[in-house]
Design a protein around this ligand. Sequence first.
Ligand code: G6P
Length: 611
Amino acid sequence: MCGIVGIVALSDIIREPIGRIIRRCLERLEYRGYDSAGIAVIEGSKLVVKKGKGKIQELAKKLEFDHTHGIVGIGHTRWATHGKPSDENAHPHVDCTGTIAVVHNGIISNYLELRHELESKGHVFKSETDTEVIAHLVEEYLRQGLPVFEAFKRAVARLEGTYAIAMITTLEPGKIFFARLTSPLVIGVGDGLKLVASDIPAVLEYTNRVIVLRDGEIGYVTPTEIYIEHNGKPVDWKQRVRVITWSLDMASKGGYPHFMLKEIHEQPLALVNTLSGIEISQIKEVCKLIESADRIFITGAGTSYHAGLVAEYLLVELAGVDVHTFIASEYRKFLNLADDGDVLIAISQSGETIDTLMAVRAFKTRGCRIIAISNVVDSTIPRESDIAVYTRAGPEIGVAATKTFTTQIAVLTVISLVLARERGMLRPDEYNFLMSQLQEVPKLVETIIRMHEPKCQVLAKYLKDKTNVYYLGRGLGVPIAMEGALKLKEIAYIHAEAYPAGESKHGPIALVETGYPVVFTVLDDYYVDAIVGNVMEMKARDAFTIALVPRKYVTKFGKLCDFVFEMPNIDYRLSPIPYIVPLQLLAYHTSVLRGLDPDKPRNLAKTVTVE
Ligand code: G6P
């Protein structure tokens, strides 16, 4: 995830250097990315680009953003996806002639093909990014004699993936060209001044009137004009101008009261970006490494460990490989087993958790090969690994991991499916079916949030005064129960414990009395009867029972339980992602009702860098 911004204004409206305005806009978007930043401004008839690796404030000082003058400019704050954070990979990107500058948020999934095509026509690339192809594509169509907007449209039509783009060129210096597909983009509507930006906070200092662009819309703004097209037809945007009443602080959370809620709601987009950003050639490389290994170890801490438990289940069940998963700080448990024929999969959203890093280093000394799954490009764990596969969830600010958990599972599910296919454990039709169901998961998550958030708010009223909750599941439902319990414990400060449901009779049930909440995660047909038995045992002790069940079992569980969440009827091996979402929302709303701050739970840190 990245943040983009563009501003164009009449010269008598702009009372300060445009570079300073862009810098301030970017600071409000910094939550979307902060590993590098840059601006491009047309000064006189020249395109001036200032960019580099580092935080906006430091770069602005070093490169003198505030001393850049002009009436049109664009800016970018980056969260690296393609290409590590570096001066070259920072946006804006320019074409060969140095007259076109582009900023982009999203992923161009066909960029390698486009890059090869453009290189064969003589274009010279300066970065490793997917974005740079856009500037060269526009240049290519301009070479063919098209006017700028036509060339921009032709270029955008060639792109696959997700994007919010802003482009300026010295050929038409009073305009910002823009396009949007999946990645967010808004237009700020000022008098004698227009802005484009990834999010509303970036424009709020200059105008509170905005148009939220829709998928497939493309156009340009000048200081006094807005032109939008969709499918080649002009769009009547006048009725779509919204007046924003949020405060600037609320706006940086996109109108959500907390980052955690925002990040829960961002999951459909984070999943689309992660799934569309996966390079199957890299996954095949990962599979080759796993295939050649004697043993597979998986490690992680906190939520990342739970993603590891999901992966263990999928790798064993789908691909039939020998997997041992352990909590990172307990790495010595398996160290004696590990040798140079083995592989360790290290999962860490930050890529910096010390326990996971120590496990990686220890296993490396035994000759193990390391595969990292991380959300932060070029962080320590991926850097020290043989292969790094990245999730594309964007920065996560809330301490409790949400969107990084579901995107980790998305990547690990793809690895398991590809490996199962390569090992002949899935027929081509089964593989294709599961892969296409996986692509539907982001939409399902969107529906679950819409359908179940009001229910979570109701249930939170019941939970908020409780002191203990059990989360019980079987099979793949166990790691989801563990993650659900962790969420409630860490942000609502309610003691929550997860168990395999079968274990409940070996101790936990001794605590159950009238009104004791017990949450069941039911994913797999195979376990339905056994879980029905467990629910009955809890009911017999007057527990308050809550179940997440596939649609086909809603009636059955509806008769038994006090509260039922209807979940989609998809293959249970793809269910971990949708199932965790109501449990995240439940923890969030319980925390808020208890008057707590879910973004900053006491005693906890986002990244733990001490043992
Ligand atoms: C901390 C965070 C958790 C996170 C865990 C592992 O405990 O509060 O949300 O799951 O660290 O972090 P990592 O960055 O390695 O995934």
